[in-house]
Ligand binder design. Structure first.
Ligand code: A2P
Length: 273
């Protein structure tokens, strides 16, 4: 017996859709680095979600479905669904997902959920979205939702990665948002992207936590330091990044909110990787 799993991407997966899931068709795949890619797929007509939420997506690996939580990177008004993924070495799902092609089927469970939603924050002047790595995904959704601009005058999304090549998706998505027929005008006037790298020189070098503490982030943006009276935050990254960024926001007087208890910031782990 070989240890190798065979992924059935032939289309026959549609015949064995597990209970509670639907099989969606991949419409676009784009690879940014050896480890990072984005893909788009069909959206079931009945599927509703709030921008910033996540859902379980998966593939049949052999005879078994394997699912992982993925933030939906497209906004709630989009007729398709977009996802941004890392390829984890030997990752039970991502090893296979990284090989999907247009026309392949991807499984999706029907119930979205999550805390990185506008409803979990009280309105404010400035919304910061702090992300590292694939933690940018939910913000790719929220920056394309008009509701975000209804609730906040200014939207600042930060994306920090080890290397410059890993910033391609956020740079491209923000640029495209500014050209979009629906939210282009809002995004052009009120959305800003701040990027930093930690293992390669670039315009801003260092972890987002370091750049908050040193004040470099606020200086670069020309905005005052964090203030609970005006500023709101959403954080998405690794467990360590969440913990450290959350501590900085709390030290500046912001309190953590939830769906049923809106407050000044919310956090969610970037699931895969
Ligand atoms: P660093 O290169 O200094 O580890 P990863 O790919 O490991 O999830 O890291 C993504 C980015 O998040 C990297 O730039 C990494 O910086 C940064 N990072 C890792 N841990 C933390 C943390 N505790 N707080 C803030 N940023 C972090």
């Amino acid at each position: 017996m070989h240890g190798m799993n065979v992924v059935d991407l032939s289309g026959t997966t549609a015949d064995v859709v597990p209970a509670g899931a639907t099989a969606e068709t991949v419409t676009e795949v784009q690879h940014y680095t050896d480890d990072l890619f984005r893909f788009r797929m069909t959206r079931p007509a009945s599927f509703r979600f709030r921008s910033g939420e996540f859902v379980m997506i998966g593939l049949m690996v052999g005879e078994k479905p394997i699912y992982r939580a993925y933030s939906i990177a497209s906004p709630s008004w989009d007729e398709e669904l977009e996802f941004f993924s890392i390829k984890v070495p030997n990752g039970p799902l991502t090893e296979h997902l990284a090989r999907i092609k247009v026309g392949d089927k991807v499984l999706m469970k029907k119930k979205p959920t999550g805390t990185l939603v506008n409803d979990a924050l009280i309105a404010g002047k400035r919304l910061y979205m702090f992300s590292t790595g694939t933690g940018f995904a939910p913000f790719a959704s929220l920056i394309r939702d008009p509701e975000t601009y209804d609730k906040f005058d200014e939207v600042i999304v930060t994306h920090s990665c080890r290397f410059k090549a890993e910033l391609a998706y956020s740079i491209e998505t923000v640029a495209a948002a500014k050209e979009d027929p629906l939210i282009g005008e809002l995004a052009s006037e009120r959305l800003r992207l701040f990027t930093s790298t930690t293992r390669e020189p670039s315009e801003h070098v260092g972890r987002i936590t370091t750049l908050i503490e040193s004040g470099e982030l606020f200086e670069a943006l020309g905005v005052p330091p964090l203030d609970p009276a005006t500023d709101r935050g959403m954080i998405c990254g690794s467990m360590a990044m969440l913990k450290d960024t959350k501590a900085l926001l709390e030290a500046r007087g912001l309190t953590e909110g939830a769906n049923n208890r809106p407050a000044e910031f919310v956090i969610e782990r970037a699931f895969v990787g």
